[in-house]
Design a protein around this ligand. Structure first.
Ligand SMILES: *Cc1c(COP(=O)(O)O)cnc(C)c1O
Length: 493
């Protein structure tokens, strides 16, 4: 299946799109069409294990890749997960189901794609005859960074530079990143927020002088952010997998389907759910859950995307985002493939901080999406009540989704089964989760994790305890307009 830039008409193959990461015109590669699945496909999927499901889905989505070639990659990628099902679905009360995506090495859903991306990328580079080192530049709101560092560590022919907002990530997230090992990994804290870091990375991709310098060093740039098609495609697989499991168990029917609620920041995870829906998965409404940075909730309600607002630091930091990059891929569909229209909206966003899609396109959007948000207090309440009532321990991001899903049901009366996507282990945000349960905690995140484990009996993943004593290996801090210099300095060390 060919892919086109959201801002230009040129169509390229999946391997080329994966190697490039972002299009030279600043756009994102989006599929021109999607495969169409039948009910029987889901029964067949239900009989496969997770790596086989992923290989099957990726073969459909990525032209130039065969299932035979993808299967060993998927087996290796998902071998480090601590649950045999990889992405298990757990029942809650009231026809709600939790899709747990945090069983990978870094305890957040980013592993679902970032354990796969390095394999897709090196295979794509080979197919493209690319000889240069692939230098990954990535901005992170906390979880992508460690997942990319883990995925690319010592992968031949690649290097990775991660930029995170100084003071904008959780203590565990920061410790995970700055203790990363590997000869090819670089970590820098940026004096700014996530949007500054993401804009900085996009600016470097579009800076001819910087690209030239990298080329002269024998490197070509690519991205591990969800702007890379190689991240998006593996995310579609877990929605198909969840549908297959729920149909198989009888929790949902093909005819009736279910709604899906996703805690959202950059719109990558929920976009994958949208692609699954378009491929025919029995998904009805897509519920986009934001924290207090509610730019998407407002957009889905009004059709106006307005980032001119205060940026809030919340207890769900991986969703502290005001510029949701992947929305651009959905906009291309709303504009029925009119790239000039997408470009105009993106230019307006860049120059004026706002764009308006108009009544007609808003109606179309609202047929599939509904938005909502939960502030920190509500989020903490949801963590506490879900624990008290159901003995299920939520992380703050997932708790945002559980809150918004509840609001949606109350407001709409729509009682269809609900799949709620869980994006992180509660132990990655132990201090705030312990706080929500009103546990008396003194000291750091590791003490909070110990207190949480003691109070709930929910086992803490080994990764958290191991992290405590790892030495800090990365100390670089840069200004937001000096990210290019930071990359070059890292390569010269
Ligand atoms: C990245 C992340 C999100 C947001 O996902 P998007 O694809 O950016 O919308 C939500 N929760 C957690 C824990 C994350 O790491």
């Amino acid at each position: 299946m060919p892919y086109m830039s959201t801002r230009g008409a040129e169509a390229i193959s999946a391997p080329e799109a994966i190697v490039r990461g972002i299009a030279p015109d600043g756009g994102l590669y989006a599929p021109l069409s999607l495969p169409c699945l039948k009910k029987e496909d889901f029964s067949a999927l239900a009989k496969m294990d997770y790596p086989a499901r992923a290989a099957w889905a990726l073969a459909l989505l990525l032209d130039g890749f065969e299932q035979d070639e993808l299967l060993p990659m998927a087996r290796a990628a998902y071998s480090r997960f601590d649950d045999a099902a990889v992405a298990p679905v757990r029942p809650l009360e009231e026809k709600r189901h939790i899709l747990e995506l945090f069983h990978g090495p870094t305890l957040a859903f980013k592993d679902m794609a970032l354990q796969m991306l390095p394999r897709l990328l090196t295979a794509s580079a080979k197919k493209q005859g690319e000889q240069r080192e692939i230098a990954i530049l990535t901005a992170t709101s906390g979880d992508t960074g460690k997942a990319a560092l883990e995925g690319f560590q010592d992968v031949p022919g690649t290097s990775v530079n991660v930029f995170y907002p100084l003071g904008g990530v959780s203590a565990v997230q920061e410790k995970q990143m700055v203790t990363s090992k590997g000869k090819n990994v670089h970590v820098t804290a940026v004096k700014g927020n996530f949007d500054d870091a993401q804009t900085g990375v996009k600016t470097l991709f579009a800076d001819p002088a910087f690209v030239e310098k990298m080329n002269a060093m024998g490197k070509t740039l690519s991205s591990a952010n969800s702007i890379n098609l190689g991240r998006l495609a593996p995310q579609v697989a877990y929605y198909l997998s969840a549908c297959a499991d729920l149909m198989e168990s009888g929790a949902i029917t093909w005819e009736e389907g279910m709604n899906v609620c996703v805690p959202t920041g950059n719109f990558g995870n929920i976009l994958a759910a949208w692609y699954a829906k378009r491929m025919g998965a029995p998904i009805r409404m897509l519920i986009c859950a934001s924290n207090q940075n509610d730019v998407l909730a407002d957009f889905i309600r009004t059709g106006v995307y307005d980032r001119r607002r205060a940026f809030h630091k919340t207890i769900s930091p991986s969703m502290d985002i005001l510029i949701s990059s992947n929305l651009e891929r959905f906009l291309l569909e709303l504009a029925e493939g009119d790239c000039a229209q997408v470009r105009a909206w993106m230019d307006a966003l860049k120059q004026e901080g706002v764009y308006d899609i108009g009544e007609e396109k808003l109606k179309k959007l609202q047929r599939h999406f509904v938005g909502g948000y939960a502030d920190d207090r509500r989020t903490a309440d949801t963590i506490r009540t879900t624990w008290e009532k159901e003995k299920y321990l939520l992380d703050p991001h997932t708790a945002v989704a559980v809150s918004v899903a509840e609001d949606y049901r109350n407001a709409s009366g729509d009682a269809l089964p609900m799949l709620i996507v869980s994006t992180a282990s509660p132990y990655k945000f132990a201090a705030d989760v312990a706080d929500a349960l009103a546990l008396p905690v003194e000291g750091d995140a590791f003490q909070a994790a110990a207190a949480l484990e003691k109070a709930t009996g929910v086992k803490a993943p080994a990764q958290v305890a191991e992290l405590k004593d790892l030495p800090v290996l990365h100390h670089r801090i840069c200004e937001k307009d000096e990210m290019g210099e930071a990359v070059l300095a890292g390569f010269e060390e």
